[in-house]
Write a new protein. Structure first.
Length: 135
């Protein structure tokens, strides 16, 4: 575990919502990406649900603290502790807190189910999470 965590936004959505729900503490991803992004124990993930995710349409219901990762041939898996917000964060509230560079990443077309984006400016994501109550 590194001294300072890295921050990521992970996207949940169809077709994986039923097999790997946001509160399921298991996030499968394309092979090679977890290592390439440098996801490690103690990192923080904002868990964002894309449009049409059952019960959480374009909002973040919580954060995940990475417990461990598994690198595989068919997929990589991030295991995390799910910490739900008292109230989910709407997409608009998230985008309003991001700096311009992070905002562009958040609006790119590939921002779909099972995608991980590193937040290079930790202050940007900390601003999103500031004063958000964890249930």
């Amino acid at each position: 575990m590194r001294a300072q965590p890295k921050y990521f936004v992970t996207t949940f959505g169809e077709p994986y919502a039923h097999k790997h729900p946001v509160n399921g503490a298991c996030y499968p991803h394309r092979p090679g990406w977890v290592r390439r992004l440098g996801v490690e124990e103690g990192d923080v993930m904002l868990l964002y649900c894309a449009a049409k995710y059952p019960g959480h349409d374009r909002e973040a219901p919580g954060i995940g603290i990475v417990l461990r990762t598994e690198i595989g041939q068919a997929e990589d898996i991030i295991y995390y502790r799910y910490l739900p917000f008292e109230q989910p964060l709407k997409r608009e509230a998230i985008v309003a807190c991001l700096d311009e560079a992070e905002k562009r990443k958040f609006t790119v077309p590939h921002y779909i189910a099972n995608w991980v984006i590193e937040v290079k400016n930790p202050a940007s994501l900390r601003k999103v999470l500031c004063k958000r109550a964890i249930n």
